[in-house]
Design a protein. Structure first.
Length: 114
């Protein structure tokens, strides 16, 4: 990219007052490109991508969050109501909840760093 192209891109990013919504994995890809520009010794492009990252927000998949909360509620209900297959059923549900909570924490972390 020439100096004029880089300068034009930076000005366009500065003029854009609204944030751009990105999925978390797309923001990570943009971050990777930014690091690559810095590593390649392209300071103009690096700054351009850094400014673009400033204008981005990540979208949270609320359905996944709601599903994780529903799983948690089901585990709590299972503890309150004894079942005949309680040990294996609860172990599987607790394992699923652990994965759900981990995914939820990662999403919250992504939002906090945005």
């Amino acid at each position: 990219m020439s100096y004029r192209d880089t300068n034009s891109a930076q000005q366009a990013i500065r003029r854009n007052l609204n944030s751009v919504n990105l999925e978390p994995e797309n923001r990570k890809a943009l971050e990777a490109v930014t690091v690559a520009m810095a590593a390649a010794g392209k300071p103009g492009e690096f700054v351009t991508y850094m400014q673009a990252l400033e204008k981005t927000e990540t979208q949270v998949d609320l359905k996944t969050v709601a599903d994780n909360v529903n799983e948690l509620v089901n585990v709590i209900k299972a503890k309150e109501q004894p079942t005949t297959d309680a040990p294996s059923n609860i172990e599987v549900q607790l394992s699923d909840i652990g994965h759900g909570i981990k995914a939820l924490c990662e999403r919250v972390k992504t939002l906090e760093t945005a």
